[in-house]
Design a binder for this molecule. Sequence first.
Ligand code: ADP
Length: 274
Amino acid sequence: MPKEKPELSDAMRKKLSGKSTERKPINGTKFTIAISSAKGGVGKSTFATNLALALKQIGCRVGLLDADIYGPSIPKMFGINEKPKSDGQKLEPIIKYNIQCMSIGFLTDEKTPMIWRGPMVTSAIKTFTQQVNWKDLDFIIVDMPPGTGDTQLTFSQSIEMNGAIIVSTPQEVALLDVKRGIKMFDKLGVKILGLIDNMSSFTGDDGKKYTIFGEGGVKRTAKEFNKEFLAEIPIDPDVGKFADQGKPIVESNPNNEISKIYINLAKKIKSIYL
Ligand code: ADP
């Protein structure tokens, strides 16, 4: 019999079993919600930006923290090219679409790849959570890097996270990693609000629905782990088009069917916390 692959790496296991430091809320916000995914390219940043905009549209005060240190997307998706101001002590978030935003991408050169080591990740997260002048927010939506690495651990161990949403596409290979992500948050004691099936299907000009990446896998995984299945978001080329233009779909076209899914989700999240 082949040996079963461990769900978490040994290094991760060691870290998890260590003493966790005291968890503090991020200054200036009531609730912190992490948007996580097992793999890159499943639409996590698209989800984080649109959810932030949907929460704003229903009257919440929202911050968006791009913790995807290795591949920040918020500057492009929100069309932000300026650098944050600092008073020497704290960084001012950049306000766009009435959302307070912070991203490592505001501070680094887009063309220069950053090589991050563990301690640098920890210090970047410390800066973003302790040295940004977040003001009077109901929610900070955190766009996490994909996977179960240093950022997730540092965040979960030092910041009071009030919920996590896991975004996936329906392929089996993505689902394996989703299971790993669920186990990580469960172990770290972060409440998983639920799972999202992004790019679940595509409706062609012929009106037929095509399930390109498979069907029902995310829902099944949610059931298997007793987590809520929050929503199915279909493929719509407009989603990518508007993100590329720096104005995500919920902001540029609030009446689109996908925007309505986000608004409904935002209402649900608001009713859980506020
Ligand atoms: P991740 O943050 O997981 O790496 P992104 O949010 O950058 O993924 O999305 C990857 C690509 O998929 C982007 O080009 C994005 O525009 C596209 N995308 C995400 N969700 C959808 C959707 N529902 N329909 C169409 N394209 C989508």
